[in-house]
Design a protein around this ligand. Structure first.
Ligand code: NAI
Length: 421
């Protein structure tokens, strides 16, 4: 153990197991590894206090260790009560990083842990869902003068931060990691796509082939889930509220219909809208006996659980992450992972290879904030394009893939407006 640190984790004796799994993930994270090596030599984050609210997984551990090797003083709490890997939390404490996260913590403990991470007086915040920034703006405003900037990992967090910005109340600059091409093209699509299917499979052991799977929301995550469910032989139905996304789903070859129509047909329903009540009482009334519901959107508000509870005349847990609700007319509806993001609740979240790019954006954005935070206004900024492209280049390099470069003549042609032929 590096030094004695403050912490609240489930069981420190799990640290050995966590270390092995962190090391395993690191094999699939060559970009973060190369950043970590550079950071260890250059110490660009020397003495910078960072509070991070992220899913406490093996991949996050590799990010935290890269930041620490860069000289930062990192404290970590969970961005979801069910997403913590307790062995990883223990291992990070062993590496000298204060961690406040226990899988299955109740809501009160979840917010106490956010408070504990903020007690470290951050100069930079790393958020996944904007709970850290929201807490600072609501309850810890005195911290703001010491904060250089922050980053945000996910779509829902960016929506919350833009709304804070639009009300003129965002008080420090945030870099939107989610909007980097090397983040949402890959993490949201391939990461959430694969790991959502993985979470549902681990929770239920269902056979996907031949099932009718209803994907609610055809954004970056929805596209990935639909694609992977189809790959397993499911019949995929998409529901949307955006006409262009709906049209895209039609032309990608899926059945598109209203959610009420889909409610009658689906065997498995997966919400990924980032919004409220994609599935509600009206849908529950129409669903078949045995329908399964899971959510992969950030918060547990996409399935109207209070409505389901109020309709139920019986509820029992059949196996971990599977709750059976018997509704008033006797039909049984199954809710997975208490409606929390199923890929993290019942599986391990995104594969390391994809988090390599997301977290490379985090690490390089932190370095950017250290260098330029003072010049930035309190608003949401994109990840600088050169960082995004560099991560793409490094990832390809790590895969041993070479691509072409434009010749001078090709570049000149593309840059000019005169020549049409
Ligand atoms: P997105 O903005 O690309 O897509 C959301 C889609 O849902 C949009 O096309 C929107 O029109 C649609 N939508 C909104 N309300 C709807 C409704 N009531 N019915 C049907 N469609 C509706 O967002 P993205 O990137 O796909 O993220 C979705 C959610 O997943 C967010 O909460 C995000 O934070 C979360 N997320 C979860 C991850 C995980 O590990 N489980 C990873 C990345 C993102």
């Amino acid at each position: 153990m590096d030094k004695v640190v403050d912490y609240d984790v489930k069981d420190l004796s799990l640290a050995g197991e966590g270390e092995l799994r962190i090391d395993w993930a690191s094999r699939e994270m060559p970009v973060i590894r190369s950043i970590r090596e550079r950071f260890a030599g250059e110490k660009p984050l020397k003495g910078v206090r960072i509070s991070a609210c992220l899913h406490v997984t093996t991949e996050t551990a590799n990010l935290a260790l890269a930041l620490k090797d860069g000289g930062a003083d990192v404290a970590l709490c969970a961005s979801n009560p069910l997403s913590t890997q307790d062995d990883v939390a223990a291992a990070l404490v062993g590496f000298g990083i204060p961690v406040y996260a226990i899988k299955g913590e109740d809501e009160k403990t979840y917010y106490q842990h956010i408070g504990a991470a903020l007690d470290h007086q951050p100069q930079i915040t790393l958020d996944d869902g904007a709970d850290l920034v929201a807490t600072i703006h609501k309850e810890r405003q005195h911290l703001i003068t010491g904060i250089l900037g922050g980053t945000e990992e996910t779509t829902t967090g960016i929506i919350r931060l833009r709304s804070l910005q639009d009300e003129g109340r965002l008080r420090y600059p945030i870099i939107s990691v989610n909007d980097a091409d090397t983040k949402h093209f890959f993490d949201n699509r391939y990461g959430t796509g694969q790991s959502t299917i993985d979470g549902i499979t681990r929770a239920t052991n269902i056979l996907w082939a031949g099932k009718r799977v209803v994907v609610i929301g055809y954004g970056w995550c929805g596209r990935g889930i639909a694609m992977r469910a189809r790959g397993l032989g499911a019949h995929v139905i998409v529901t949307e509220v955006d006409p262009i996304r709906a049209l895209e789903a039609v032309m990608d070859g899926y059945q598109v219909m209203s959610s009420r129509e889909a409610a009658k047909l689906g065997d498995i329903f997966i919400t990924v809208t980032g919004g409220l009540n994609g599935l509600d009482r009206a849908h529950f009334r129409l669903m078949k006996d045995g329908a399964i519901m899971a959510n992969s959107g950030h918060f547990n508000v996409e399935i109207d659980i209070p409505a389901l509870e109020s309709m139920a005349r019986g509820k029992r847990r059949l196996r971990p992450f599977v709750d059976e609700y018997t509704v008033d007319d006797g039909r049984r509806l199954f809710l997975l992972g208490e409606g929390r993001l199923i890929n993290l609740a019942a599986a391990e979240g995104h594969p390391a290879s994809v988090m390599d790019m997301s977290f490379a954006n985090q690490a390089l954005s932190v370095e950017y904030i250290v260098k330029h935070g003072k010049e930035l206004e309190p608003r949401v900024y994109p990840v600088p394009k050169d960082i995004d492209r560099e991560i793409g280049r490094l990832k390809l390099l790590s895969m041993g893939i070479t691509i072409d470069t434009l010749t001078d003549a090709q570049r000149k042609y593309l840059d000019s407006w005169e020549s049409g032929t």
